[in-house]
Ligand binder design. Structure first.
Ligand SMILES: O=C(O)CCC(=O)C(=O)O
Ligand SMILES: [Mn+2]
Length: 193
């Protein structure tokens, strides 16, 4: 597989990891079966809603802090267990949780960040699966001017690995184009201690 990152980490893209029709069925199932929640973060002295819905699913013994808040995982659904198995076979890696994001329209987004929480370990392998609407996924190098734009489509699998999270930031920008909903699943392995 070709590494799409020119330096400082590994980035792999498998288009149509789930063929279009299968991905469409999974999208509908995830949309209706996950306990989607509106999350808030504490920033500049007040609580602000994040512009997307989220649900965190994981093994019972896994805890994760994001948006400055400790989260208890929702249990795996049957559908998500099957997806986890397929992703684990592809990556030859074990995941114990998945963060699901629902972008309702073009105004829903995710700001620039790296997946560098210490619970993820030093060089985390993160498998990101997209369903539904096409959206731009943008990467910026922290120190150099390089930028990488990838349009993630229904059924695509993006794998981030190696030192990528140390050197690159990623985001899902807002867009003025009319957009139908998109679901993204990021499979992660959280260190348990
Ligand atoms: O929606 C995406 O493609 C990116 C999601 C993401 O970066 C995250 O959940 O940390
Ligand atoms: Mn991320």
């Amino acid at each position: 597989m070709t590494n799409l990152a020119p330096f400082d980490g590994e980035l792999y893209l498998i288009r149509q990891f789930y063929p279009y029709q299968e991905a469409q069925l999974l999208f509908v199932e995830l949309l209706s079966s996950l306990a989607w929640q509106e999350e808030s973060i504490f920033i500049f002295g007040k609580w602000v809603k994040v512009p997307r819905l989220m649900c965190w699913i994981g093994d019972a013994d896994v805890h994760y802090r994001y948006s400055g808040v400790d989260h208890q995982p929702s249990p795996w659904t049957q559908g998500l267990q099957a997806v986890r198995q397929r992703i684990e076979q592809q990556c030859r890696y074990g995941f114990n949780s998945v963060l699901a994001n629902l972008y309702r329209d073009g105004q829903d987004s995710m700001g620039c960040h790296a997946d560098n929480e210490k619970e993820l370990g030093v060089n985390p392998l993160i498998a990101s699966l997209s369903f539904g609407e096409v959206r731009l996924f943008r990467m910026h190098h922290k120190k150099r001017k390089e930028r990488l734009d990838i349009f993630l489509q229904n059924g695509d699998l993006l794998i981030m690995a190696g030192a990528l999270q140390h050197h690159w930031l990623h985001s899902l920008p807002k867009t003025k184009q009319p957009k139908t909903p998109r679901i993204n699943l990021t499979f992660r392995k959280i260190q348990i201690d």
